[in-house]
Write a protein that binds this ligand. Sequence first.
Ligand code: MRU
Length: 343
Amino acid sequence: MKLMIAIECLGDRLRIIDQSRLPHEEIYIELHGYQDTARAIRDMNIRGAPAIGVAAGYGIALGANSIKTDDSRRFQKELSEVIETITSTRPTAVNLFRIAERMKKVAAGGKDVVKIKKSLTDEAVKIHLEEERATEKISRLGAELIENGFGIITHCNTGPLATAGYGTALGVIIYAHRQGKKPRIFVDETRPRLQGSKLTAWELKQAGIPFTLITDSMAGHFMKREEINCVIAGADRIAANGYTANKIGTYSLAVLANAHGIPFYIAAPTSTIDFSLKSGYQIPIEEREPEEVTHIDGVRIAPEGVEVANPAFDITPGQYITAIITERGIIRHPLEEGIGKLV
Ligand code: MRU
């Protein structure tokens, strides 16, 4: 499968496609350090849990390389500030925190600042490669669940843009398409930020794969008409009990799928599992600016002064999840047991 490059390390800087400008403009921007990287994650120029993790790894390495001291204690202190800046950007995707922990461990394993810097850069590249391989495996494994002509709903954006790899939920669907299974793909627009209509639609168009764009509220209609055989979504964080945080609207889709007896799959790399959280309800949910709800592309669509809620993610309880597709296998019920075996 040809891979779209969502993020690329150019030595002293990163190059990303600016996802906030798609699909209108295909613009690449350069990030010249950890502060730039943190800003890009916060402003969602780069987004999607695995891609955020990869960007965090590179951002921390860039930050480490910019520290101007040979004294290892001082270096560690400044590195902590770099890591704090990167991890304070978005709270829900666990990839950010797991990668930060991993980079901290690498840095703690040495005394020579030059060597630590080199190890951190190598680690960031390794993380990127691992995510790429993991998402390729997920796509291949998940495609085994798809039969010829399956109607599939997917939510948000989980393709190469979101993963810096092959994609998770969308990776599975693209893989099945390339196997000739002719899936009928329904793309949820994914209000409020429209990652479905802006990004997933763009990625599928680029790949020449046919699909139908629907609004989020149309999912039940198509399920009732028996046009849907399964739903596949990604994840931002999966707790040890299998409860999953993903883009707002995922929970509603899962309940709907359950009511219609339709399998509901989560596709995610194991880097998205937070083994430290017993329950999904412990996952912090990011609350974003009200303008994402009151405006579309800068145009106001609601009266001035209305009260707005804008949780960016919701939690889907395990009972609505048929299986979790990871690079290490497909986890079925009891999810907690399957997840436990991965530790
Ligand atoms: O707020 P976003 O666009 O970063 O949210 C992304 C999602 O919710 C994705 O479904 C999730 O990160 C999985 S990406 C493979």
